[in-house]
Design a protein around this ligand. Structure first.
Ligand SMILES: [Zn+2]
Length: 144
């Protein structure tokens, strides 16, 4: 499938969005009369290390010539939760540094004892909602 001679920019976000676009289009294909997709709501965990601006950029690039051409990507943030292996602390884990955090190798430690933690939630990137435009009468409007 992949052509090695083809130069492809492979940002992490692109790979993720490629997957999302594929999933959404597959899902849309299961419904009759879907003319377009209006909106995709994505839930992104604090520890997914995905840059929302990059996600939207990737989405806008990858959606071309698909049912998603007019779709908007909405991103909802999901708070990360961790469990400490040392002291048992369970709760929020705030990634520090915002944007820069994305580029650094994250080092996730317990906010209480600085021990190693397991990430319970916050690593995922999940499609929460997809708004489809379904044409069930034969009226084909020309404007978009
Ligand atoms: Zn701890």
């Amino acid at each position: 499938m992949s052509n090695p001679s083809k130069k492809v920019i492979k940002l992490h976000e692109f790979a993720v969005v490629e997957d999302i676009v594929k999933t959404v289009l597959e899902e849309a294909g299961k419904h009759d009369g879907v003319t377009s997709i209006e909106e995709v709501l994505l839930e992104v965990g604090d520890l997914a290390f995905l840059n929302p601006a990059q996600l939207i950029f990737a989405f806008n690039t990858l959606k071309k010539d698909t049912l998603l051409a007019n779709a908007q990507l909405l991103i909802a943030n999901m708070e990360a939760r961790v469990k400490c292996q040392e002291c048992g602390y369970t709760g929020a884990m705030e990634p520090e540094g915002g944007e820069e955090y994305h580029f650094a190798t994250p080092f996730i430690i317990c906010p209480e004892c600085k021990g190693p933690v397991d990430v319970l939630t916050g690593r995922q990137c999940t499609i929460r909602n997809v708004r489809l435009v379904v044409d069930d009468n034969d009226d084909k409007g020309g404007d978009a």
